[in-house]
Ligand binder design. Structure first.
Ligand SMILES: Cc1cc2nc3c(=O)[nH]c(=O)nc-3n(C[C@H](O)[C@H](O)[C@H](O)COP(=O)(O)O)c2cc1C
Length: 339
């Protein structure tokens, strides 16, 4: 059925088809219909970051930036749903077109630039959702907040989402907000993580609830830089790392239509880079922090590869666009087969 839907959706521009799909998934969710669209994944309970997941396959950030279709995505069988990236204030993002399909490479290039309706709107959507499962809220900074003041934006978002999130993801790896990725390195990273840890300790005391913090990183670091990130995460008491965001590399899409568009590349071409980052992190972290793997999962076996590389959970984005909800069940089955 998804093959037919995809044929129709792919006739529209990527952003129109994205908006329409979100509307349909949201409407299906409100009517409780989405569970009928696909066979539910097998139960495969796991506990990670102290949270209980019905299965280890989640929705990656960026598909539901404003929390418009939380119930709809959950009903498709995802074991957890991550919404955002959200910023303190609403912002329009980059001019359109800003998302491009590269079907022959099962890839997407996007330069959305954190288009979103702001954290208050997102919280209203969370309040309206029926979903009681694991909800990640991914936070970022407004494009016009200077990068030296980025921490202010992360703290505003953290304060607001804290009690509503199962875990909070700190996105320092989008390539579409100038300067953002510089926060992944050296003293900038250590300072940001230390400030987040301090605020989290205050919030935990105030609300009597420890909400895990996950840091989402890029696949474009050297092994040494990845190792430094891992050490900083351990030192500052972070709870998880999400690897990875999109890549700036264009390996695998050279010469293709849209292959040289600016932005982040996702889907099949980022798979090996992401898995390599997971392996590097796993070696450095040695089990002290769990890894959530995302990047290029377009078949169940790729999800299993991520777990074999050291991840505890996986997330889908581009593969879900190309393969539809069946990829969730396929991924759960392939991970279960590892056991
Ligand atoms: C159109 C689009 C928008 C995205 N927006 C976000 C975002 O807002 N925040 C974020 O952390 N990641 C975002 N991502 C990155 C994905 O969550 C994921 O990390 C990346 O695409 C690699 O996974 P994939 O190969 O399965 O797509 C976006 C990806 C795409 C394709």
């Amino acid at each position: 059925m998804y093959t037919l839907a995809r044929q129709l959706l792919f006739k529209l521009s990527p952003e129109t088809s994205h908006d329409l799909s979100l509307d349909l998934i949201g409407a299906g969710g409100r009517l409780g219909l989405n569970g009928l669209l696909c066979k539910a994944p097998a139960k495969m309970p796991v506990t990670v970051m102290g949270l209980d997941f019905p299965n280890p396959v989640g929705l990656a950030a960026g598909l539901d930036k404003n929390g418009a279709a939380i119930d709809g995505f959950a009903q498709l069988g995802f074991g957890f749903v991550e919404i955002g990236t959200i910023t303190p204030r609403p912002q329009p993002g980059n001019p359109k077109p800003r998302i491009f399909r590269l079907p022959e490479a099962e890839a997407i290039i996007n330069r959305m630039g954190f288009n979103n309706l702001g954290v208050d709107h997102l919280l209203a959507r969370v309040a309206a959702a029926q979903y009681k499962g694991v909800l990640g809220i991914n936070i970022g900074k407004n494009f016009d907040t200077p990068v030296e003041r980025a921490v202010d934006d992360y703290l505003i978002c953290l304060d607001k989402v804290y009690v509503h999130a199962s875990y909070v993801t700190v996105n320092v790896s989008s390539p579409n907000t100038p300067g953002l990725r510089s926060l992944q390195f050296g003293d900038s990273l250590k300072q940001l993580l230390a400030d987040l840890a301090t605020r989290r300790a205050e919030l935990a005391l105030r609300h009597g609830k420890h909400v895990p913090l996950a840091i989402k990183i890029a696949p474009d670091m050297t092994d040494e830089e990845t190792a430094q990130v891992a050490q900083a995460l351990i030192e500052t008491g972070m709870d998880a790392v999400i690897a990875t965001n999109t890549t700036l590399s264009r390996v695998g899409v050279e010469g293709m239509e849209h292959g040289d568009e600016a932005g982040g590349l996702s889907g099949a071409p980022v798979r090996d880079k992401s898995t390599h980052t997971v392996k590097m992190l796993a070696a450095e972290l040695a089990g002290r922090l769990p890894i959530i793997a995302v990047g290029g999962i377009t078949e169940g076996k790729h999800a299993a590869e991520k777990i074999a590389a050291g991840a505890s959970l996986v997330q889908l984005y581009s593969g879900f666009i190309y393969k539809g909800p069946a990829l969730i069940r396929e991924s759960v089955d392939a991970i279960a087969a590892l056991r």
